[in-house]
Each structure stands twice: as structure tokens, then as C-alpha cells.
Design a protein around this ligand. Sequence first.
Ligand code: ADP
Length: 453
Amino acid sequence: MDERTVRLQVAAARQEESGQGIARMSRAALSAIGALEGDVLEITGKSVTVAQAVLAYPEDEGLEVIRLDGLQRVNAEVGSGDHVTVRKGESRPAQRVVFAPAQREMRLQGPPVALKRNFSGRPMVQGDLVATTGQQQVADIPPQLRRMFNAPAYALTQIRLNVVSTTPRGIVHIDENTEVELREVFEEAEARRGDINYDDVGGMGDTIRQLREMVELPLRYPELFTRLGVAPPKGVLLHGPPGTGKTRLAQAVANESEANFFSINGPEIMGSGYGDSEKALREVFDEATKAAPAIIFIDEIDSIAPKRSQVHGEAEKRLVAQLLTLMDGLNSRAHVVVIAATNRPEAIDEALRRPGRFDREIVIGVPDESGRREILAIHTRGMPLGDKVDLKELARTTHGFVGADIAALAREAAIEAVRRIMPQIDLEARTIPPEVLENLSVTREDFIEALKR
Ligand code: ADP
């Protein structure tokens, strides 16, 4: 065993490489630990994970960084900017590997042949979260499709799994002799780890950096702020049109800063009876404080905190006042940050935007072409794409689309692909023949059809 190690700073992997189990580092860093491209890397943060070594992007040569994707950062328990220790590892063929889904609302079934092929040769350790990359996973399907199929089908998307156990223990890889078991049950404890992270939010590089500074740093390193004698922000207001990923971003920040996430939907809370809205609001703040570090996300805050000068109802006025009281009552050392979203910042009561309340603002705009390209990459991750599918071209032709539109487009295109193979499916049969699934891919034409809808 080579004992040489290097200390490298963690940077985020590129969107399109997320979930492949690779880590990029410079030639110099690789040779410092006696490793070559393709070797196994043992990466130690607060926990240990493994990856396959790949050479750094040219622009990273000379930098002491290692590019890790969101799952790898979760596995090593580090965030971008943290340091990890890396050394060359050795993987042994596994006799047996047990996986379980790490995402809610996903039931996997069927023999895990595709899984085996997918993960073949990739180093892993027990406890790791891994993502399927290539093709065709047997999985639960969206409701629209379920009606058409009445049988389990393939997910046309990336799936996150937890490596529940391996025999032997330590670093292993799957080969043709490995027995692979796929548990059907989802492990609740893994939900958060397998959930949305920064890799799942596209076209927001700068926004993520800003939000990390405002929210993640204070939550993760409160001592930094104590030491500097400055109060970390309590409230951040995100504004931008619907469907641009504000909710998703807030979830990613919560997960990456290992904070508990509480969510309040403005219009929903307004709908409750006399006095109940305030009570509900108080309860969430209460629970969040107990569960700190925590993030409270208030969606459509304009509906619960409209300008008091413009509302007539007493109930509305009281709710705004309650929210102000709760914000003021939050101790800046409570490690609770409130992130609110709105598409009508001008409609919010001015008092909410004063210092000590929502005193930071981030504008989330409609994505530009390169943003759309990133979002497309996210929503087609793990989809078996036809050769002619050109995400760049799709990004160009979807001017004006927000993230939610792009997610819908990818979904529709997948449904088109399924429609095409429908005639080959015996609807009486419980499952779809493997050869049909093998040939299932989402084509350029499927995207064009989907664009027409
Ligand atoms: P908002 O809160 O701004 O209305 P959401 O975060 O609820 O938007 O986005 C709705 C859905 O649209 C998300 O679940 C996701 O599938 C997709 N989406 C929106 N923006 C993005 C983005 N920037 N990157 C990836 N997916 C996105």
C-alpha cells in the first residue's frame, strides 16, 4: 500500500460529469501519490470515499484542487472549498454488493443486470451514495406512463443508490462474478443524503457562490462569524420568475450545509383559519430553532407579507407583524437562516427588508443559453440519448424557457420515446422484454415532438 498522500481543495465537478464516480486532479498531484489515470483514489474528508482518477481539466493544471461531484462531497462529508486528503487506493473484486434506493418515490424492481453492467469496475465502499450513469435502469415510472404500461418500466433518468453493504468490506468493485442485490425498500435515513445538491441546480454558478457565502458558511462554520464579531445574515430574499429553481436552490443549500430544511408555502398558510396562520408560522420557527442548524424556506412570501399599507384585512396585517416578530426573535447565533422566494419583490412589506431581517437579496433570472445547456444536462442525466441529440442545439432553440420548462421538455421527450416502442410491448405481460429496453433511447425527433407540445 502506497502511503503517500496529498492534501487538495475540493471544487465542484462539471454538471455533465456528475454521478460518474470520477475525480479529477492534476498530473502533479497524481504523481505525488504514485497514481495514474484510472487508478483508485481514496479520498478522506470527515468520511472516506473512493473515486476513479481522471486528469484535471487544462485550466486546473497547477492548482491544488480535486473536482468532486455532489454525491462524492456528501460521501466524504465535505463542501466545495474544504480540504481532503487523497491517496492511491486498491480495490478488490466484490463477492457481493447490496444496493438500496436513496431517493424517495422510487421503487426499483427486477433483476439488477443493468446495475451490474453500469457499475462494473467502479470502485465503491459501503455507505457510499452512487449514481447510475449509463442506460436503462429498471425503475418505477411517472404516473402518465404507469397508466400506459401497467407494469414496471425503465427510468429514463439517473438514479441514486446507497451501497448498503459489500463483501468483502473495504474498497471493492463489481465484476462478472459479483452477486448484486437490489433492495426495493428505500432507506429513510438516506433520503437527505441522496437528495438535491448543487449539481442538480443548473445555470446558477454565481448565485450558488453568493448563497453559499451568505448561508452555508455561517451555518457550517459559525465560529468564523463569532470570531469576526459580525452577525451572519438571518434572511435572504430570492426573487425571480416562477420555475427558475428557487425552491430547488434552497433545498440544495440546506443539504450541502447539512442543515435541516423546513418549508412554508405562503398561499397555503394563508388559507388556514383565524389565528391558525400565525400559529403555523410560529410552530415552524420553533421547530427549526430546535433542529438547528436549519433553513426555513418561505415560498411566495408576498402572499403572507404584502405591504401593510395596501392590505385591508386585519388578519393579513397580523400575519406580517407575526413574521417580523419571529425574524427579530431569531437569535443570530441560533443557526437558523430564513430564505424567502417571491416573483413580486415590490409587493412585499418594506419592513421585512430592513437590516436584521431579509437584508440580502439575490436575483434569479431566466437562464441564458449556457444555463439552459446545464439544466438540460441535469434533466437528461442518465437518459439513454440517441446519437443525434445535441444539447447545445436544444439550448439554443429553447430561448425563454425556465428550468421548470426544461424539466418538462425532458420528461415529454422520454414519454415520446416510450410511445414509439409501445407497439412492441405486450400489454398483458407484467414486464417489458429486455431487448426492447436495451434499444430504448430518447432521440432528437422525440425532443422535437416534445417541443411542439
Ligand atoms: P421556483 O421555486 O423558482 O418556482 P422550482 O425550484 O420549484 O422553481 O423549480 C421547479 C422544477 O423545475 C424543479 O423541480 C426542477 O425540476 C426544475 N428546475 C427549475 N430551475 C432549475 C434549475 N436551475 N436547474 C435544474 N432544474 C431546474
